[in-house]
Write a protein that binds this ligand. Structure first.
Ligand code: EPZ
Length: 432
């Protein structure tokens, strides 16, 4: 089992370049198979969830070719089956975008029910509502979502809650449905806009993405395109919080500052310095930061995917802070691990009450999920002594070259196989 070892206490200083947005890339890769022509996608992050989805489309017959490190060519012209029933697919959430994409193109799909991070119950009723409204019959059978339609017809759909996944999935199918689909109470997150832009570059007709009403006029078919994915707002946010937590000074490059506004506002409120440039952001902090109240909300509110990193920073800030999680009920699992490092946090229902402590101390902790794992790395960077973060495979689902990027900023952080005790000893001797 691989783990990170971190010697805390060093400020992170320097520059880091943000990769493409994993959550946009997942939708875009699924959408890419909706044409028989070749699609070239740039700025594809090299993370586990993306590799799994690329493998899945490859295994149903799509041609997938890496042109260089972050550019992938996909051709869905040779797809032989709509049956995406592979064990490895259950490990990621976004495999369900293949339901919308294949249903749109072939009017039929069978995809293994999604897994992904265990951060809450994560129902898919709104996805099913969308497909059924377009005229599909949807069944859950033998662990598969099976969707089938003679023809898809545009519909007026009012989602019961704002769901990123249901909005994207229904938008995918609606692109190739007959007539106009109107999605109301649609999610507004930046990756919805990116996926809509991508589909439009393939010949789709989508308007209103980024607002809560999206209009999709169905077209008979989509064509090839070249497209570059937007930068990852969560990776950027994680480095912003790592800069503040380590009392460092980082220039974070390849970002869209507008997508980071909720994090910027909170960092400034607690006393960090944030400077925005056209496509970069600089975060600096000195001394103890202050306390605040945070509630996770849908975009443009404070993103649930940044809640663990925020709570971790507040664990060593002055005074008492309150963090409320309103999207996923199970997203405080990392708090027990933080407590083992000396944090004083009480979780009551969906709220964490954080009493800032003077310092954290290194310990062996285990990543419970992707963002909780990233937060534990930030904790390790702040802590006195050595921290071991186990289960790094969760973190690698969504962060490209995480330890390398941290090392470039001066962090004493390496990845080891837990069996390799010699290497671990050597690292400890080297960094003292
Ligand atoms: C997406 O998950 C992201 N995943 C998540 O990022 C992110 O945390 C989440 O959106 C919220 O921003 C991807 O983009 C692949 P939702 P998704 O549907 O689509 C409820 C990360 O760390 N709901 O917007 O699964 C649901 O229970 C990951 O990168 C229903 O009730 O989230 C939740 O309370 C983790 N019925 C709320 O809506 C449904 O059919 C929002 O979920 C669907 C959702």
């Amino acid at each position: 089992m691989e783990q990170y070892i971190i010697k805390g206490g060093k400020p992170l200083i320097g520059e880091v370049t943000i990769s493409g947005y994993k959550n946009a890339a997942l939708g875009i890769i699924a959408a890419a198979v909706m044409t028989d022509e070749t699609v070239t996608i740039e700025n594809v992050p090299d993370v586990r969830d993306i590799r799994v989805l690329l493998q899945a489309i490859g295994d149903i017959g799509a041609k997938v070719e890496y042109v260089n490190g972050d550019t992938v060519k996909i051709c869905g012209g040779l797809i032989q089956t709509v049956d995406v029933d592979f064990d490895y697919v259950r490990k990621i959430r976004a495999s369900y975008y293949l339901v919308g994409a294949l249903l749109g193109k072939y009017k039929s799909s069978k995809v293994a029910l999604p897994g992904g991070c265990n951060i809450g119950s994560r129902p898919i009723d709104q996805h099913i509502k969308g497909f059924e409204a377009l005229g599909a019959a949807v069944k859950i059978e033998h662990g598969l979502i099976c969707a089938e339609a003679e023809e898809l017809k545009g519909a007026h759909i009012y989602f019961d809650c704002s769901s990123v996944g249901a909005t994207i999935n229904t938008m995918l199918s609606a692109c190739l449905a007959d007539g106009l689909t109107i999605l109301e109470n649609a999610a507004k997150e930046p990756h919805i806009v990116d996926i809509a832009n991508f589909l439009n570059s393939m010949g789709a007709n989508i308007k209103g993405a980024g607002t809560d009403v999206i209009r999709v006029k169905g077209v008979p078919k989509l064509h090839g395109t070249e497209y570059s994915i937007i930068p990852d707002q969560i990776e950027a946010g994680t480095f912003m919080f790592a800069a503040a937590a380590s009392k460092g000074d980082i220039l974070i490059k390849n970002v869209i500052p507008k997508h980071l506004e909720a994090f910027t506002a909170k960092l400034i409120e607690i006393g960090a310095d944030v400077e925005e440039f056209d496509d970069a952001i600089r975060v600096r902090a000195e001394g103890k930061l202050g306390n605040t109240h945070v509630k996770t909300l849908i975009y443009p509110g404070f993103l649930t995917d940044m809640q663990p990193q925020m709570t971790t920073l507040l664990a060593v800030s002055k005074g008492t802070s309150v963090v409320t999680e309103s999207i996923f009920e199970n997203r405080f699992k990392y708090v027990d691990e933080l407590s083992r490092m000396g944090a004083s946090i009480k979780v009551e229902s969906n709220t964490a009450i954080i009493d800032g402590v003077d310092k954290l101390t290194g310990a062996v902790v285990s990543a419970p999920d992707l963002r909780g794992g990233a937060a534990l790395v930030i904790a390790g960077l702040m802590a006195e002594g050595f921290t071991i973060v186990e289960n790094v495979e969760y973190i690698e689902r969504g962060y490209e070259k995480f330890e390398y990027k941290m090392q470039q900023l001066g962090a004493d952080m390496v990845k080891f196989d837990s069996e390799d005790t010699k290497a671990i000893k050597k690292f400890k001797l080297k960094v003292g």
